[in-house]
Design a protein around this ligand. Structure first.
Ligand code: SF4
Length: 110
């Protein structure tokens, strides 16, 4: 399973400018059963963008969706099998570098 996402409207916007972005989305706070935001406050937890955009779109009567489930799955993987998680992340990054070079996209880091 790949860890990095590219199917995000902001990413697609960047692509039109020659920038390719890959994002690792994890589940914030303790949604996965593991705490990913050690210093979170009640205020930031309340205002968190985790449910912004498609991540917050649920079918009627449901309180989760495939996006939330994927974030939770990745977060559990991070905490439960760190070695395998990091190995997959390295592979994803190598693949992203290769693809960016092939497509002549800007390869930048923030
Ligand atoms: S806003 Fe708060 S809860 Fe959301 S990701 Fe940031 S630290 Fe975590």
């Amino acid at each position: 399973m790949k860890l990095l996402s590219t199917g995000n409207p902001k990413v697609l916007k960047g692509m039109s400018q020659g920038y390719n972005t890959y994002i690792l989305h994890l589940a914030p706070a303790n949604l996965s059963g593991y705490e990913t935001c050690a210093k979170r406050t009640d205020g930031c937890t309340e205002a968190c963008l985790n449910l912004a955009g498609r991540g917050g779109m649920f079918k009627r009567g449901e309180n989760t969706n495939v996006i939330q489930q994927a974030r939770i799955r990745k977060t559990k993987r991070f905490f439960e099998n760190r070695v395998e998680f990091m190995a997959t992340l390295v592979k994803d990054i190598e693949w992203a570098i290769k693809k960016s070079k092939k497509m002549d996209w800007c390869l930048c880091s923030a």
